[in-house]
Design a protein around this ligand. Structure first.
Ligand SMILES: [Zn+2]
Length: 245
């Protein structure tokens, strides 16, 4: 295949554009910001779960407090009724003894219930503190997630800008190559990743292999418009004064 040496050299511009487009694609897939977002999402979920668990326990204790208060009210009502009967003076001596006995039992019961209630209230207070703390932790985790999302979006936007610029350059460049040369370039690029590279200091710029003496003399003997490809990687080898021929 033959192509004007100036056109061949322009292939290096296209290769530069394609190399950067490749780097953009690779970066987009391997951004550390993606892992950071995933990590931050996990943290938010964990904090949210902790908060839900804490709130559930708090609701259980609240229910227990209400049950306990109701029971204390019932015991008090019973005591009031007994005291009323004792004060009324209409009960027999035996009933009086029974009522006094019952009152003692009720008072002991009330005292136990009140101690339990106090314990419950203390537990409730501790749980409320935990819940407040869990809320703060969740807010922090959500802030970290928003931050990670923002950083990821910034990097993606940068990559998007670079890609748009390089795509535009590519659209500009491509029509300037004759079809067979461009076809060869695209075929090699598709198979090997790099379609064309500078032959520099006797090395193929694509695979970096150093060419042996006979290959170099063959290249040196080729016409300037001959399209040469690397025997190792297939890339079009573009010659310039830097090629060391
Ligand atoms: Zn090569």
């Amino acid at each position: 295949m033959k192509a004007d040496p100036a056109v061949q050299r322009r292939l290096l511009e296209l290769a530069d554009v394609d190399a950067e487009l490749g780097r953009v694609e690779h970066r987009r897939r391997t951004l550390p910001e993606l892992a950071e977002v995933a990590e931050a999402e996990k943290a938010v979920q964990a904090k949210r779960d902790a908060q839900v668990a804490g709130d559930t326990t708090l609701a259980d204790v609240d229910r227990e407090v209400r049950r306990q208060e109701k029971e204390i009210d019932a015991v008090r009502a019973r005591e009031d009724r007994d005291r009323g009967l004792l004060a009324g003076g209409t009960v027999s001596a035996k009933q009086m003894t029974d009522l006094e006995h019952e009152l003692e039992t009720l008072q002991r019961r009330q005292s136990t219930l009140e101690d339990d209630l106090l314990e419950l209230m203390e537990r409730r207070e501790a749980l409320e503190m935990d819940s407040k703390h869990a809320g703060v932790e969740l807010a922090k985790a959500e802030e970290a997630l928003a931050d990670a999302n923002r950083r990821r979006d910034e990097v993606l936007a940068d990559l998007e800008t670079t890609q748009a610029r390089r795509d535009a350059e590519r659209v500009e460049l491509v029509p300037r190559f004759p079809e067979p040369l461009l076809g060869l370039y695209e075929r090699v690029r598709k198979n090997k990743g790099i379609g064309a590279a500078l032959l520099r200091a006797r090395r193929c710029g694509a695979c970096r292999i150093e060419l042996d003496r006979s290959a170099i003399s063959r290249i040196a003997g080729s016409a300037a418009d001959e399209v040469l490809t690397c025997e190792e990687c297939g890339a079009i080898m573009v010659r310039t004064p830097e090629s060391g021929l």
